[in-house]
Design a protein around this ligand. Sequence first.
Ligand SMILES: [Zn+2]
Length: 428
Amino acid sequence: MVIEKIVLEQIMNMKKYIFIIIAILPILLNGQDSIENKNYIPRQYKIRSFMDTSNVVFQDIYNLWQNYQAERNLNFQKKEKTDFSKYWHKDELEKYGDNCDLYSIYAFNYYTYQNKELFIGINKRNDTLYELQSVYYMDYDGFDLTSIITVPVIKIADNEYRLYNKFSLNRNALKTYKKDFITYFFPENYNLDKDAINETIKKVKEIYQDLGINKIKPITYYIDFYLTDIVNRLGLQVYLEDFVDIEGHNKNGKTIIFPRLLIYTSDGEKNVHEFLHILLDDLRDEDDTYTNFLDEGFCSFFGDHQGSPYKENIKMLKEFLNDNNQIDLSVDLTNAYKIDGKFYSVIDKEENIQRSWMVDREKSINYSYILAAVIYDIAFRNGGYDKVKQIALDKRPNDKIYDIIKDHLSIERKDVNSFIRNFINSNY
Ligand SMILES: [Zn+2]
């Protein structure tokens, strides 16, 4: 899943929320969305009751925060870029560019109309540092909390403030380990697996070389124990995805392509997958960042998925497809819907059914990712790295995946289901 150059790895249901937009005038403090646009859906936000909102510093920071979110909400709908320099501190822009809002990695789209905001408040930490806190929720199946975030705000001049990442403040407390092209950040009490790192670096270098890149530009890798530890350090108080499955460890990774920052839960040292998202970007034109779902296949075929190699995942996919004969891969390669443990392909008349990736949390596998990996498996057998590159460099978006398959692998859409099933059953 790729959003604004951030790649998310999650064993999760990407619910396609159907939003019922109710036009309610939000209760505001000088906070009317200042940007006028007739077709745009405004955010709904309000401030906690009994707050003293008369303080000038409070108003300055609150307005900065609400103007920032209003502009991003508008740009989100217009699919336009935001000028972050009006809102974010220059340190953060230097480090992370257009991905400077690290909150949006885990508090996904918090600033859009899809999330309602209850503003909690602002507190002074020292002469130049303040912190604001806010909570977000969705109206879906009733009241759904999505995130609570705490954002540092730096005073840069009289009446002038800029937003800052909590992670940038917390990063100093982390230990650092530099090896070859990677700098790792990890907590003091985390036992970094240096042997696994050496192994990973070797594998990543080999794949880079196989694809014709000899020098790898520096990459930063932040590893922490659990998802909750990661998001806490990034300034989120809760992360619901960490509490879906009672049975233990939710492996989770992210790639933020522009700052070349990888994030992973414990054992991330063994992970090659995230590096390959960076490789794909390195392979593509410098000023042209594009991604599609097949990238997950590239990274899962040449790298790994949820800590397991392709040769293990493909066996699980084989079993899954043979157990779910009703899935028609010529209808959809990436999504299906689930009823009583069985997956079904979505046909037009059922478009209102919630589609999601084909995942099995218990077995820790996203079958959709491995299906995309099969495409690269077929490509590699057909024409080696040249064929692989052709597909990787095809800029067409997700809704053109079948065209990409047809043009590079000569498989018609109607034949994709039988082709993939036969390929897997005869090779694995
Ligand atoms: Zn990925």
